[in-house]
Design a protein around this ligand. Sequence first.
Ligand code: ARG
Length: 460
Amino acid sequence: NSIKPWGGRFSEATDAFVERFTASVNFDQRLYHHDINGSIAHATMLAKVGVLTEAEREQIIEGLEAIRAEIVAGKFQWSVQLEDVHMNIESALTARIGITGKKLHTGRSRNDQVATDIRLYLRDEIDAVAKELTRLQQGLVELARTNASTIMPGFTHLQTAQPVTFGHHLLAWNEMLERDYQRLMDCRKRANQSPLGAAALAGTTYPIDRAYTAQLLGFEAPTENSLDSVSDRDFAIEFCAFASLLMTHLSRASEELVLWTSAQFNFINLPDRFCTGSSIMPQKKNPDVPELVRGKTGRVNGHLIALLTLMKSQPLAYNKDNQEDKEPLFDAIDTVKDCLRAFADMIPAIQPSKDVMYEAAKRGFSTATDLADYLVRKGVAFRDAHEIVGKSVAYGIDSGKDLSEMSLEELRQFSNTIEQDVFNVLTLEGSVAARNHIGGTAPAQVTAASERAAQKLSRR
Ligand code: ARG
């Protein structure tokens, strides 16, 4: 058992299965950069307060950098017997520089070490996710700007409701993503606190300088309470909550993209490079990318529930349970990054079939509300107007005519308040242009909204 840093009090070797069962090195080795950075900050602080000599600090940092290079080069031998990334690196350090390596763990525990590592790792990943999210939003806002007056049917209950502009629809997606971005930044604030120095649970007897290590690692401040520091995994849960909601939004957009690419809608074309074919049906072009994003929402939701359940009822402070935080968090990060990348690449490549969208908006009596509003403006009470238009629609269904295709005489069967000027409001263009207020679908509003959104993105 001598290979284990904790072997002193043990009198028999660890059971081989238990060794494999309790090890995390196969998945936590991805923390190695941040583990080494945390160790360098710790050693630097120990030298500053006089627990290590300057020469020892230098030796430790040199050794850790050599190990980092070895890992980067793929030459490092990871060992399951050494359980996790922390003990693998510490053992390699001692093998490399001798007794000084054994001093690195002074005033520290793997409990504050791992909490520090995950926070550092997550902070970097949050920044990478934020970048991809921003790229996606930029693409959306640009596509919205160029489609500020592209008319399509708007839906409620997936039934044709009122005409909207395609740009307006895209900006609705952008609003969802904007809130996701705000949530991500909020999560970053709480992740960016330094637990280093909490040691195992109660702090340490050495004259450590926690503000200094926090500063060296770019953390905003040291965490407040040592017991909480080693057992808090809120930041991982918060990230997964962000990720779940983001995936929910991407799944909604995915669903619409899948619908829109179908022959029945045919609103957009997704270029071939984002689609795949069928091994049996030669004619097929499937929207696999949005379908997969929609499907991956399930696993991210699962990770959120896994972490919430992991933390539920855990007594203070650190418990080995916490080792189970990593795989869900890592997979949530990987999945979200892939999905954002797929969307950020795909969105600018969407080719709207404007004529098809326009014709679709003409079907389904999408300007019926406009006719009702027209009657109200002429003095008819809204409920009466609703009834009059309902009868006109019934007539349209029987005669196969849209409201805009009926003659004035036909329309006047239902109300003699209707006059020649009605045709201004029955056109799709008139309908969208009339919704001309903040948040409305009028082309002028969509142009202004896309400019505001682009401005906001440029300030990030
Ligand atoms: N591999 C462990 C984890 O991921 C590191 C902390 C272990 N601490 C302990 N006292 N066993 O949580």
